[in-house]
Design a protein around this ligand. Structure first.
Ligand code: CA2
Length: 148
C-alpha cells in the first residue's frame, strides 16, 4: 500500500477522442469527464488517481511497470490494444497489483475481433458495456479489495 492510496487509471489508443465521434457507441462524455469521474469516485473512498492516456503501447507498458510501488491498483481500458497486445498482458502479469479491465462498450455484442482481450486473463475483474460508469464501478471494486 502506498502512503496516500493511489489508483492508476490507464486509457489506451483513441480514447482521447471520446465525446467527439461515435456517440452511439461511446456516449458523449469526454476523456476529461472520465478522469474527473474517476478522481471523484476515488476521493469518495479516500484514494487519489493518476490518470494517463496514451496512443502508444510502450507508454502504457512503462506506466504499468512504474505502477509497482507507486500505485495500489490499476484500472485499464487499453482500447484496441486489449485485442492485440501480449506485451500488455505480460506487463500486467509482472506487477502484483489488483487490476480492473474496463470497456465502455459491450465488446461481446460487437465485431468478433473485439470478443477476446489478452488482458482479461490477468485482470481480477472485467467490466464491459456500462458506459463510462464502468470506470466508477471499477474504482469501487478496486477499493473494495484494497486495504484502507
Ligand atoms: O469499449 C471500449 O471501451 C473499447 O476499449 C474502446 C476501443 C475499442 O477498440 C475496443 O474494442 C473497445 C476504441 C476506443 C475508441 O474511442 C473512440 C471514441 C470516440 C471516437 C472514436 C473512437
Amino acid at each position: 500500500m502506498t502512503s496516500t492510496g493511489v489508483i492508476l487509471v490507464l486509457n489506451g489508443p483513441n480514447l482521447n477522442l471520446l465525446g467527439s465521434r461515435e456517440p452511439a457507441i461511446y456516449g458523449t462524455s469526454t476523456l476529461a469527464d472520465v478522469e474527473a469521474l474517476c478522481a471523484r469516485a476515488a476521493a469518495d473512498a479516500g484514494f487519489t488517481v493518476r490518470c494517463v492516456q496514451s496512443n502508444h503501447e510502450g507508454v502504457l507498458l512503462d506506466e504499468i511497470h512504474a505502477a509497482q510501488g507507486t500505485a495500489d491498483g490499476i484500472v485499464i481500458n487499453a482500447g484496441a490494444f486489449s485485442h492485440t497486445s501480449i506485451a500488455l498482458h505480460d506487463a500486467l502479469a509482472s506487477v502484483s497489483l489488483a487490476t480492473v479491465e474496463v470497456h465502455i462498450s459491450n465488446v461481446h455484442a460487437r465485431e468478433e475481433f473485439r470478443h477476446h482481450s489478452y488482458l482479461s486473463a490477468v485482470a481480477d475483474t472485467v467490466i464491459v458495456g456500462a458506459g463510462i460508469n464502468g470506470y466508477r464501478l471499477a474504482i469501487e471494486q478496486l477499493v473494495s479489495v484494497l486495504p484502507h
